[in-house]
Every structure is written in C-alpha cells, then in structure tokens.
Design a protein around this ligand. Structure first.
Ligand code: ADP
Length: 520
C-alpha cells in the first residue's frame, strides 16, 4: 500500500496538552522529545523552533509526506502530497487514504495497511488516484511510528511521483511486445549472431521453417553445418563480406539443411550491426524461396532445352546463307548477295543470343567449365578491339599492358572483354572514344582491366544489382537501348570462376568504368 502514517502530528503548543507532567512531541521523522518535568520557557522555545524548522523543510521537499493515525485518518499532508495527488491539506486532513485508492485495489490496500500496522515496512511502487481521477504511480516507503514507550501511534508514508517513468516503461514494454509479435509471427526467420557466428537469438519463425528449436541453435556456430556442401563456399564469402562491411546488407540464396534432413532454398540477408551500441550483433533475415527456385529451375531447364534445339538449325541456316551469298557474289547478283549478308548478320545475332542463353543455363546449374591455359591479355585485348573496331564509329583505345600471362580460359576472357566493350559502345552513343586500360599491380599478383566510356552512366541505386541476370538499369526514357540484361551476369560469373572480381564505378550522366581483376 502506500503513504500513510498516523500520529497526531501536532506540537504541544498547538494541542495545548501541556499538563505539567510529561510532554511528548512527535515530529515527522519520529523524533521524540520527551521530558519528565514541566518545560521551562527556553525548552518550549527550542522545541517550537525545531518544529518550525522541520515544518519548513517539509514544505519544500517535493516528495509527498503523509501521516495518518493508526486507523488511517490523515493527520499531516505536505505540499509535496498536494502536488502528487492534487488535493490540498485542508481537503485531506481528517479524511482517510481510501480517497487516494482505486476501488479495485481497496482489498489489497487494506491488507498492506494491516501488514504495516503489524510492523512490516512497505517499500515499493504503488498505484494511486489523483483528485482528477487519473492514475498516479509513486515510489513509496511507509513505516510505523512509535512513541518513546514503543507504542505504535501512527504511520508515515514518503513517496515520489514516478508516473512519467512508469508510462515510459509501459510504452517501451508495449513497443517491445509489438516488435516481438512481429518478429515471431513473420513468415521468414530472424537470427542474431555475434562476431564469431555464434547464434545469440533465433526467432520461433526460424523453427517453423527449418524445424530446429531455438535452443538447439542458440549458443552454436551453425552457419556452415546447416549449409548444402556445394553452397558452403558462397556462404563463407557472404560471411566475409558481411564482416568486412558493417552497416551494409548482403544477400545470398543457398540451400539450408532442415532438421528432417531435407534442404530448403533460403534467401538470406545479413546486416552487420556489431558497431551499433546496444545491438552489437549481426542480423540475419531468412526467407524460404524454394517454390520460386523450383519455378526458376523449370524455366532454366526449358530455356536450356530450347536453346539447345535452336542451336543446330541456326548453324545450318547460317552455313546455307553464307553458301548462297558466295554463289550470288560469283554470279554477280550483288543485290541478293547484300540481302543474304544482312540475313546472315541477323542469324549471327540470334546465334549469339542462343549461346548466351545456354551459358546462363550452365552457369545456373554450376556446369560451366573453364580451361586453364596461359593467356596473354595484351594480345587478347588487341584481338577483341580489332574485331570490334570495324563495327563502330567509336575509337577503341588500349592503354597500359599486362606484362606477362595469366592462367585462365582465353575464349571466356575474350567474351568478358567483348561484353564490356559492346556495352561501352552501346551506352555511349554521343561519345566517340572507349578506353581499355590494362595494368598489373606493383606486387605483380593482380591484373586489372578497366573499360571506360563517356556515356549515360549508371545511377548508384542500380549498381548493387548490375551483375544479376536479366537486370537492366534503364529508365523508361532509355528504352531505345536493346538488350536482355544477361551480358554482365555472364561476364561476372566468368571472372568469379577465375577467382577474380568485377566492379563498376559510375555516375548517372557521366560515363562508366567497368573493372575486372584476375589473380596473375
Ligand atoms: P544489356 O546491355 O543487354 O541490357 P548487360 O547485362 O550487359 O545487359 O547490362 C545490364 C545493364 O547494365 C544494362 O541494361 C544497362 O542498364 C547497364 N549497363 C551495362 N553497361 C553499361 C555502360 N557501359 N553504361 C551504362 N549502363 C550500362
């Protein structure tokens, strides 16, 4: 219960009970001044001064101080109490504490009151009612008062208004409740790990997805244990990226092992918040994408089948077209020869598309194979530039040199350069130069190739997704540029298969530089 205290809180001067034998003066703090003799004027003055001094202190304390007699009738009420409960001393002296209680708490308050009367102090937080009917929370200590003979004479309660703190705590509790409900009922899973990958939180939704109970995962480093063997390298790379780049999100699709031994395709997004005070964790968001993956696999299978079926007739078509063209040339039918030449260009484009589609299918299925041969990048760059130069009005320049060979697949690396140069030409229609820069790092262990154009550039918002297949960074006004968004995906995959890296530096409207680096 609360605040209360009993004792006739009056000075002898006020109650006029100076009977000449014994004087007992109680002050608020239970201070008892007693005397066996009739106090002389000096004593009386001293007592009164002391009382005035204490009353002044009590007036200025902001805490509520309430004193009651043993039956709960209020005998003292300071200004602090008025500020907390809204009643004046005049309104409250002579009343009971029931006025400060809510009806529903009355039984509990009566019990508490009895316990205090029996000598148990009440220390704690108590909910009371203000004069205007609103709730006030106080931090209170209520204790019993005794006279010099040890007889209980009343109760004193000193309390502090903590409503604002309680309300803030309640708001926090509510928001935590909402947040928890959100996390626990979402479709995907959420886990937290520390910097060593030890799980520190596993949402129940993770259990619904993978079958493991939170307690089976918490405290363990399960990242690789739960990953399909072929995807472990990719998850290790994701881990490294997340650790290296705090504050950024990194995404990966991989196969995760469920408790029943089956595998799910999971899309995970890792966000490193180890540097955030109060969080200090890596947040992992999981989504079951198995259904989408199965669909994609069926689609890939279909594309692969169709591409395969198209490849042979296209080769035959191209061969016959060239044959016919040569015959027309030899017969002097130049018009028809020109038409056949144009027809063959289109067949070449179609064949390139079909080959790209086949490449994508292979890459998706992890079936792409790379030769390991010594490749002279200087010669390769010159060959690619020479084959492209007649098809464009741009000047294709080569700067720098590779100074030695690297190990890789010559044809595939040529394909990468072709894709980057094709794009540089296609996306810089107003410019007249494209530069290929080749450089070997001073230590000699990395070879970097950069393809720079002065074209339309790429907005920052697209740059994280450029190497995804079918991704195009074009706005509606750019729809004049033909393409399917597969070139960069293929180029990126090839460079990754060589243990290299590919990245872009660009700004919208001010050209792009596409880089790839290879271990030399
Ligand atoms: P495609 O060019 O067929 O669309 P890519 O995979 O080669 O496919 O490129 C993906 C997207 O990246 C393009 O659609 C384009 O938006 C953007 N892009 C690629 N290279 C450049 C470049 N040099 N300048 C500006 N945008 C580029």
């Amino acid at each position: 219960m609360n605040i209360s205290h009993t004792t006739s809180f009056q000075s002898p001067a006020q109650n006029g009970e100076d009977n000449g034998h014994s004087v007992i003066t109680q002050t608020l703090h239970g201070l008892v001044i007693s005397s066996d003799r009739t106090p002389d004027m000096a004593d009386r003055k001293q007592v009164e001064e002391q009382l005035q001094f204490q009353a002044a202190i009590l007036r200025y304390v902001t805490d509520s101080v309430i004193v009651t007699d043993l039956l709960g009738t209020i005998t003292y009420w300071n200004e602090g109490a008025s500020a907390v409960f809204g009643y004046t001393a005049t309104e409250m002296i002579g009343k009971t504490l029931a006025l400060l209680s809510f009806e529903r708490d009355m039984d509990q308050n009566v019990d508490d009151f009895k316990r205090i009367q029996a000598g148990d102090d009440y220390i704690g937080e108590w909910q009371g009612r203000r004069k205007d009917g609103t709730t006030v929370w106080v931090d209170v200590k209520t204790t019993i008062l005794h006279d010099t003979q040890g007889t209980a004479i009343g109760l004193i309660g000193i309390s502090k208004d903590i409503t604002a703190r309680r309300e803030a705590e309640e708001r926090l509790r509510q928001s935590e409740k909402h947040f928890r409900a959100l996390v626990e009922n979402m479709d995907g899973g959420i886990t937290l790990t520390d910097a060593n990958g030890i799980m520190t939180y596993v949402s129940p939704s993770t259990t619904r997805m993978e079958g493991f109970l939170p307690e089976e995962l918490m405290g363990h480093r399960v990242f690789t244990r739960m990953v399909y063997p072929a995807d472990q390298e990719a998850t290790a790379r994701l881990w490294a990226r997340v650790i290296e780049e705090p504050g950024k999100s990194h995404t990966l699709e991989y196969r995760s092992k469920c408790k029943n031994g089956s595998f799910l395709w999971i899309e995970v997004v890792g966000h490193n918040l180890l540097h955030e005070p109060g969080i200090e964790a890596i947040v992992w968001n999981y989504r079951d994408v198995s259904e989408r993956k199965q669909l994609e696999q069926r689609k890939d299978h279909f594309i692969s089948m169709v591409s395969h079926e198209l490849k042979t007739p296209l080769t035959v078509l191209s061969a016959y077209t060239q044959l016919l063209r040569e015959r027309c040339v030899s017969e002097g039918r130049t018009d028809t020869a020109l038409h056949l030449s144009k027809m063959n260009d289109q067949i070449t484009n179609l064949t390139k598309l079909v080959v790209d589609m086949l490449d994508i299918s292979k890459m998706q299925a992890g079936q792409i194979e790379m030769a390991r041969e010594a490749v002279d990048m200087d010669t390769l760059a010159h060959e690619v530039v020479e084959s492209l130069q007649p098809t464009t009005s741009h000047h294709l320049l080569i700067e720098g040199e590779a100074r030695g060979t690297i190990t890789g697949d010559r044809e595939r690396l040529g394909q990468v350069m072709m894709i980057l140069l094709d794009n540089a030409i296609k996306y810089s229609p107003q410019a007249d130069t494209v530069v290929v820069r080749i450089a070997r790092a001073r230590e000699g262990d990395t070879l970097t190739v950069a393809v720079q154009d002065c074209g339309i550039g790429i907005g920052q918002e697209h740059q994280g997704r450029l190497f995804e297949r079918f991704y195009r960074a074009l706005s509606k006004k750019d729809k004049t540029y033909p393409g399917l968004g597969i070139g960069l995906y293929i180029a990126h995959e090839i460079i990754q298969h060589h243990g290299g890296k590919m990245w872009v530096e660009s700004n919208e409207g001010s050209g792009s530089i596409f880089f790839f680096s290879l271990p030399a």
